[in-house]
Design a protein around this ligand. Sequence first.
Ligand code: URA
Length: 248
Amino acid sequence: MTADQAKVEALAYALKQFVDVCDEAEALVGEKPLTPSEVDFQALARTMLPQTIDPQSIQGTGLKQLQHLVENCSKCKLSGTRSHTVFGEGVIPARLMVIGEGPGAEEDATGRAFVGKAGKYLDSWLGAISMSRETNVYIANIVKCRPPENRNPESDEISACIPYLKRQIQLVKPQIILLVGSVASQALLETTDGVGKLRGRFFRYEGIPVVATYHPAGVLRNPELKRPVWEDLKKVAAYLATPLNGRS
Ligand code: URA
């Protein structure tokens, strides 16, 4: 007999004893007793046993365990070419969670999200709305390993990696999410629309408000996008400044 079977038997026996005692008590006060033969105590006991935890499972992990799983991940081909995984960083719980596409060369070399040119530019966007990764923002990416030559992550890579991000969002508990770029927007919102179409309105992910805007690298290449980005950042700031919307 396995340990679990023994626990089921012991629990089923205890449950039966309990129901017998209840029956006797009910008989004493004149109520109609339960018939123990109608109850499947073994089935009841099985539902009461604690679930076995799979150490590879993402659900139920804390942030440190999740990072450990990411560091040891080989679920897609990007694991073969990375120097470092890039898990993400910032403050928890976050007022704002920024989600980008995936690490570039500097992120891959350092293991830190958004530390290259686009990252510095992103920091300046956050500063413009009085926010930062040191005080109230958490920054992460759709994929945790660098796609070679900075190509877009492929759909199998996104599918393999996005469960990590989804668990990360649960743990970071942001009040609002800012998706930067089409790759991040399409992956989290499960749409094929580009940022041009998605920006300017609020979406929801698991009840959390979401705003999509252009990627800082794209804005560096095309300064005409600065104005729409600023409009989107103001939306985020206005949402967070509304007293009913957030913790301060
Ligand atoms: N671009 C991204 O989308 N993420 C990073 O971490 C860096 C550049």
